[in-house]
Write a protein that binds this ligand. Sequence first.
Ligand code: ADP
Ligand code: MG
Length: 201
Amino acid sequence: MPLITFEGIDGCGKSTQILMLKDYFEKRKLKCSVFREPGGTVIGEKIRDILLDNQNSIMDPKAEFLLLVASRAQLVHEHIKPRLELGEFVIVDRYIDSSVAYQGFGRGLGKKIVTFINEFATELVYPDLTFYLEIDEKTFEMRRKEKRDRIESEGIEFIRKVMEGYSEISSSKRFVKIDARVDQNQIFVAIIKEIERRFNL
Ligand SMILES: Nc1ncnc2c1ncn2[C@@H]1O[C@H](COP(=O)(O)OP(=O)(O)O)[C@@H](O)[C@H]1O
Ligand SMILES: [Mg+2]
């Protein structure tokens, strides 16, 4: 039944922690599937290519958002819902909250419309637990990749708005905010502690 999502700006360590968590579940013979957004399905990966293509610099923020939720709707329909119904753990690298932070706050579309369309696309499939891996600007600059996609190429002003968005939404009960500036093993210990507590593992 549990859906666990990872959120945070680029370089905060989502992919690193998800790899470690998948390994943790596998060692305990617990079935778990990992997906990423945008993408995770054949249709979604095609949408991802459009979204992240540096050539598409003229993309309207509404078009960006609607493409993202199209990918999300497909992922929920094709993979997330069926697996949750089988009682498996599902881990997603970015989900509804990324749209609130990036499109709602970053692009300025607003939290309300983003939440409304998110709920339509996901049929109200909310995460049971969301890890928000928080880093500061300095850490962000340090871990930033050389080769960046269209969204990663945005300037620091945009990232600041995204961080503001995350900090506003991450106070709700579903979120666990983790200081992700520290060593990856230290972050992982905090993640496992929370998972074992919440799901009685
Ligand atoms: N806790 C950490 N401390 C230092 N470097 C890290 C840590 N976690 C991840 N990294 C490194 O930072 C970069 C971004 O990590 P990644 O897991 O890909 O982040 P994300 O998926 O959130 O963009 C990678 O080079 C990774 O090896
Ligand atoms: Mg990643």
